[in-house]
Write a protein that binds this ligand. Structure first.
Ligand code: COA
Ligand code: AMP
Length: 632
């Protein structure tokens, strides 16, 4: 049995030695000169001087090692009734040919490519083909509206955009091509061309000379080899919600990421080459990047690309069917997906139909795992249910119960202990370290381990302001919580304006920007309220302009539609409450934290700086009369 304490201590006290050993599992074209370059803090660089290609690590080297015929990827699509398998050899050939297609458009090392695709194997192929030639991909999640796609296009400035003609949401066809067209109209920046993967469910017209058919391009493509890139070369940009309408472009390097992901598979997930690993997420999210695509393939596992949901495709036994049919060893998903199963099949009747004897672990992340869901899943499955905490920024888990190292007793509500490499602390607003059990801001001592964000794309200052300068010497996670006397970390929620709806990270600031454009709205505040199914839901408070006397329900509907059209259906924005004024401090700052507490029925202290205490009481009564929160 490994010893967590010893491994953790080594990772913090001798990080260079620790990560040098871990880097042996990666194939380097040229070995790095230094493990950690800390000469220019707070900009730390891992494996400097090293050269590699992450696509080579994920594909080609497994063929060379005799795994060519092993299944690399299983596409399981209950929404189209299809299952398709690709061996490492087949996937490598597909990727190498598509890389040739990219090259034929002049895409080269350092160019950016936006990928806007539904959950088809081609999404993974497009990502890996970019990596193969050193292009930087930026995948945009399909549930975002045209405006969000346009913002990302303008920031990433892609040479090419690769899209599917459509996505399929259970039984509905989502017209991705129209969303792309609208986004291109909105964006100031124009890419040189678009490659469209035509799905049979929606064959679209292509604009000659600008839009090209994926399959036609593939007809004559000849496979190309991997290029060698520096360890610090950006592999991708992944936009994530910040506190404003402008998303943050998290940059991921190549070498550090490869090393960290490979290490995480054996040590956190207890997954070895040849195992079947399933992350039921979407390639548009960080979980998809790290644990559908890169980590399982770098490790030589079989990964599953699942185009379906936990319920409704066709029933709450969907996950058990996939686990049983493909002999999945570990599943990683968001707690919401399990709350959906629990809601439709509380007694686990559907599980009885399947043999899931190969299944060893359930890993959950992306939002708080409420104890009810934890106990339900744990009792039903009779296997470890592991809550682990991480962020788009870190790219891999910060705290976890590391199944490949040492299994600790689980405490419901806690994501267990810091993962080796992460020195996690709880501090107050002045950076003083707090005693065990005391709640505060969760920070990680710099330098962060490999694989974590080195900066934000085109926004170094924002990187410094948002993460580095808040608490000097530490990375600021923007999550609050505490560490108990046994060293278990409890994440209590964001301390900024980011909310988590059904495991999807969203910005209330972005929603406020949309709502404030409504002609009748003078002011607004959006905050997250607790929801027993989706974890959190957004709720908007609006103040109408003087003299507006239209039907309030009409205004509310228009606002919900605006958020849906401009941010996307995944925002799940439905509820708006009209109030006379917003609660503010005397300096004009909206008291969002208190609004959240009122909505969730938690106790709060009336702040001394509030300009008008009566307004809080009025809002509390209104929220209560509408069924949000409870009197405290
Ligand atoms: N493309 C287009 N639309 C999408 C979409 C996509 N890729 N994903 C979601 N949407 C739409 C949905 O169809 C829905 O539209 P509607 O309002 O017209 O019904 C809306 O966005 C909200 O979606 P969601 O909140 O996901 O609700 P749902 O009922 O469709 O699914 C769950 C519920 C629990 C099954 C689903 O939210 C889930 O699996 N969540 C886990 C998320 C996850 O994997 N997170 C990553 C971290 S692990
Ligand atoms: P994302 O960047 O989309 O992965 O979202 C990251 C945020 O999700 C974190 O900052 C947390 O607020 C939340 N989160 C992720 N995992 C957990 C977890 N296990 N417990 C509580 N919150 C989590």
């Amino acid at each position: 049995m490994n010893n967590y304490e010893a491994i953790f201590k080594k990772s913090i006290q001798e990080p260079e030695l620790f990560w040098d050993e871990s880097a042996q599992a990666i194939s380097w074209f040229k070995k790095y000169d230094r493990v950690l370059d800390d000469s220019n803090p707070p900009f730390y660089r891992w494996f400097v001087g090293g050269q590699l290609n992450i696509c080579y690590n994920a594909l080609d080297r497994h063929i060379e090692a005799g795994r060519g015929e092993q299944t690399a990827l299983i596409w399981d699509s209950p929404v189209t009734n299809q299952i398709k398998k690709y061996s490492y050899r087949e996937l490598t050939e597909y990727v190498a040919k598509f890389a040739a297609v990219l090259k034929s458009f002049g895409v080269k090392k350092g160019d950016t490519v936006v990928i806007y695709m539904s959950m088809v194997p081609e999404a993974v192929v497009a990502m890996l083909a970019c990596a193969r030639i050193g292009a930087i991909h930026s995948v945009v999640f399909g549930g975002f509206a045209a405006n969000e796609l346009a913002v990302r296009i303008d920031d990433a400035k892609p040479k090419l955009i690769i899209a599917t003609s459509c996505g399929i949401e259970v039984k509905r066809i989502i017209d991705y091509k129209s969303i792309l067209d609208k986004a291109l109209e909105m964006a100031v920046y124009k890419p040189e061309a678009c490659i469209i993967f035509q799905r049979p469910q929606s064959i679209v017209q292509l604009k000659q000379g600008f839009e090209y058919d994926w399959n036609e391009l593939m007809n004559n493509a000849q496979p190309v080899d991997c290029v060698s890139v520096e360890s610090t070369h950006p592999l991708y940009i992944l936009y994530t919600s910040g506190t404003t309408g402008k998303p943050k472009g998290v940059v991921r390097d190549s070498g550090g990421y490869a090393v960290a992901l490979r290490w995480s598979m054996e040590n956190i997930y207890d997954i070895k080459p040849g195992d079947v690993f399933w992350a039921a997420s979407d390639v548009g999210w960080v979980v998809g990047h790290s644990y559908i695509v890169y980590a399982p393939l770098i490790t030589g596992c079989t990964t599953i690309v699942y185009e379906g949901k936990s319920v409704g495709t066709p029933d709450p036994g969907a996950f058990w069917r996939v686990i049983s049919q493909h002999r999945v060893k570990a599943l990683f998903t968001a707690p919401t997906a399990f709350r959906a199963i629990k809601r439709e099949d509380p007694n686990g009747e559907y599980l009885k139909k399947y043999n899931i004897s190969d299944f060893k672990y359930l890993f959950l992340a992306g939002e708080r795992l409420d104890p009810d869901t934890y106990y339900w899943a744990s009792n039903l499955l009779n296997r470890p249910v592991i809550d682990h905490w991480w962020q788009t920024e870190t790219g891999w888990p910060i705290t976890a119960n590391c199944m490949g190292i040492e299994q600790f007793p689980i405490k419901a509500g806690s994501s267990t202990k810091p993962v080796p490499g992460y020195s996690v602390h709880v501090v107050d607003a002045n950076g003083n370290i707090l005693a065990p059990e005391q709640e505060g801001l969760i920070v990680i001592k710099l330098p962060l381990p490999p694989g974590t964000l080195p900066t934000l794309w085109n926004a170094e200052n924002r990187y410094l302001e948002a993460y580095i300068k808040v608490i000097p010497g530490y990375y600021f996670t923007a999550d609050g919580g505490y560490i108990d006397r046994d060293g278990y970390v409890f994440i209590m929620g964001r301390v900024d304006d980011v909310i988590n709806v059904a495991g999807h990270r969203l910005s209330t600031g972005a929603m406020e920007e949309v709502i404030s454009k409504h002609p009748d709205v003078a002011e607004c505040a959006v905050f997250g309220i607790e929801d027993s199914f989706k974890g959190q839901l957004p709720l908007g408070l609006i103040v109408l302009k003087a003299g507006v006397n239209r039907d309030p329900n009409e205004i509310k509907q228009e606002i919900a539609q605006m958020v849906r059209n401009q941010i996307g259906p995944i925002a799940c924005y439905r509820d708006t409450i009209i109030v006379e004024r917003l609660p503010k401090t005397r300096s004009g700052k909206i008291l969002r934290g208190i609004l959240r507490k009122i909505a969730d029925g938690q106790s709060y202290t009336m702040p001394a700086t509030i300009d008008d205490p009566a307004i809080l009481i009025e809002i509390e009564e209104k929220l209560r009369s509408l069924g949000f929160g409870k009197k405290v």
